[in-house]
Unconditional design. Structure first.
Length: 376
C-alpha cells in the first residue's frame, strides 16, 4: 500500500499514434491509428482485460507549426469514448475538454450522457490548454490571463449542473401520471464574467453521484483549482522525488481545505519501454530511435526488463508520487508489453488488483460518491 492506503490505479492513455514524431512509421503501427476505431477498440479491450481503472484521452484542439503527426488527425474525445463504452464493461472513460475552448453546459451534458451510456464510468478532464487554440472557438480576444478565471467558472458550472436533480427526482409513475418531482430539480443560476448558465441540465443524476472530475497542470493556479473542486489531477515532475514533492504539496493543500487525500487521485503518465530482458527493451528502443529525426530519442523513465520496470512503478507509488499511473505508448507494443510483462508482477506483489471491485469508476478508484449538493 502507498501513503493513501489504496492499491495502485492504472490508466491507458489512448492516443493512437502517440505523442511522438516517429512511431507512425513503425511497421507494426497502423499509420491512421489516431482515427482508426478498430485500433482504439483493441487497445481499450486490452486495458480492460488487465483490469485497468480507466481509459484516458488527452486532447488537442489546435494545430500549429511543428506539430507531431498525432495532432493532425485524431478523434474527438467524447465521441470515441461513447463508442468505446459499447465494447467495454468496467473500465472508466475519461475525455478531455478545455475550459478555454468548450462550453460548460454542453460539456456537462456530454459527459453526463457518456456516464449514463456507460452506466457510471465517465470522467471529465477539464483543462485550460494552450491559449493559442482559443482562435478556433471564437475567443481569439482572450489571453492566457483569462484561462484560470474561465476554468474556475467552467468547473463551478459543470459541477452545479451535474447536481441539477436530486437522486430520486424522477418518479416516472405511469399510473399516477407523475414523471418528475419538480421540487427536486434545481437551477444553477450562474452569472460569471465568462459564462452565464441558468440551468437546469436535462439529464438525471449519475449513478456515481457525479462523473469523476480531473484537471491537468503543474502551476499554483492549477493546484488551487484542483484542490478546491476536482476529484483528481493529471500532473508531472522531472523525476520521482520531484513528483513526490509535488504530490505532497497537493495533499497538504487538500488537508488545509478539509479534504481527504485518500479520496483524491494524483495521476502521472509514463511511456514505458519494457522487455522480458534489458536487451529486449534496448532493441525496442533502437527500433524507434532509427525512425526518429536525427536518431535522437530520450529514453523513457520507465525502461528495461519487466522486473526493473515493476520496481520503478513500485518505487514511485510507495513514495506517494502517484495514485494512478497512466500508460502512454511510443512503441506499438508499449501498452501490450506493460500488460503482459509488468502487470502480473504488480499483481503478485499485491500492488494492483486482479479483479474489478465495482461497476462504476468511482467504485474502482475507491473515491466516494458525492452526495447531492443544492446550490440554489
Ligand atoms: C500532465 C499534463 C497533461 C496535460 N494534458 C493536456 C491535454 O491533453 N491537452 C491540452 O491541450 N493541454 C494539456 N495540458 C496543458 C494544460 O492544460 C495547461 O495548458 C498547462 O499545464 C499550463 O498550465 P499550468 O502552467 O497552470 O500548469 C496538460 C498539462 C499537463 C501538466
Amino acid at each position: 500500500m502507498n501513503k493513501t492506503g489504496k492499491k495502485l490505479k492504472l490508466g491507458a492513455v489512448l492516443d493512437g499514434l502517440g505523442w511522438n514524431h516517429m512511431a507512425w512509421q513503425h511497421p507494426a503501427m497502423p499509420s491512421d491509428a489516431s482515427e482508426n476505431l478498430n485500433f482504439y477498440i483493441k487497445q481499450a479491450q486490452l486495458a480492460e482485460s488487465a483490469k485497468f481503472d480507466t481509459l484516458f484521452l488527452v486532447d488537442v484542439s489546435h494545430v500549429g507549426p511543428g506539430n507531431i503527426p498525432h495532432y493532425l488527425s485524431m478523434f474527438e474525445g467524447v465521441s470515441i469514448m461513447s463508442a468505446l463504452s459499447m465494447v467495454t464493461k468496467n473500465i472508466g472513460l475519461s475525455a478531455t475538454i478545455a475550459s478555454s475552448y468548450g462550453d460548460p453546459y454542453s460539456a456537462a451534458r456530454q459527459i453526463l450522457s457518456l456516464d449514463k451510456i456507460s452506466k457510471g464510468r465517465a470522467s471529465l478532464n477539464a483543462i485550460t490548454s494552450n491559449p493559442g487554440g482559443m482562435v478556433n472557438f471564437s475567443r481569439g480576444r482572450l489571453t492566457k490571463r483569462d484561462q484560470y478565471p474561465m476554468n474556475k467558472e467552467f468547473i463551478e458550472i459543470v459541477l452545479g449542473l451535474w447536481d441539477t436533480y436530486e437522486d430520486d427526482a424522477f418518479i416516472r409513475d405511469k399510473e399516477r401520471g407523475i414523471f418528475l418531482n419538480h421540487h427536486k430539480m434545481h437551477h444553477v443560476n450562474y452569472s460569471g464574467n465568462y459564462f452565464s448558465v441558468e440551468g437546469p441540465l436535462n439529464i438525471s443524476r449519475s449513478v456515481q453521484g457525479r462523473p469523476v472530475l480531473y484537471t491537468a497542470g503543474t502551476s499554483e493556479n492549477f493546484m488551487e483549482i484542483a484542490t478546491s473542486y476536482t476529484d483528481g489531477v493529471f500532473t508531472h515532475g522531472y523525476d520521482w522525488e520531484d513528483t513526490a514533492a509535488l504530490a505532497h504539496r497537493i495533499r497538504q493543500k487538500l488537508v488545509a481545505k478539509q479534504r481527504r487525500p485518500e479520496d483524491f487521485i494524483i495521476s502521472i503518465s509514463q511511456n514505458p519501454i519494457v522487455g522480458e530482458t534489458e536487451k529486449d527493451a534496448i532493441d525496442k528502443y533502437m527500433e524507434l530511435m532509427q525512425l526518429s529525426p536525427r536518431n535522437s530519442l530520450p529514453r523513457p523513465q520507465f525502461f528495461g526488463s519487466a522486473e526493473k520496470v515493476a520496481d520503478q512503478v513500485q518505487k514511485w507509488y510507495k513514495a506517494g508520487a502517484m495514485d494512478m499511473l497512466l500508460i502512454r505508448q511510443d512503441h506499438p507494443y508499449g501498452l501490450c508489453d506493460f500488460i503482459d510483462l509488468v502487470v502480473p508482477i504488480l499483481q503478485n506483489r499485491g500492488i494492483f488488483r486482479t479483479e474489478y471491485e465495482a461497476d462504476t469508476l468511482r467504485g474502482n478508484l475507491e473515491i466516494p460518491n458525492p452526495p447531492f449538493r443544492k446550490i440554489n
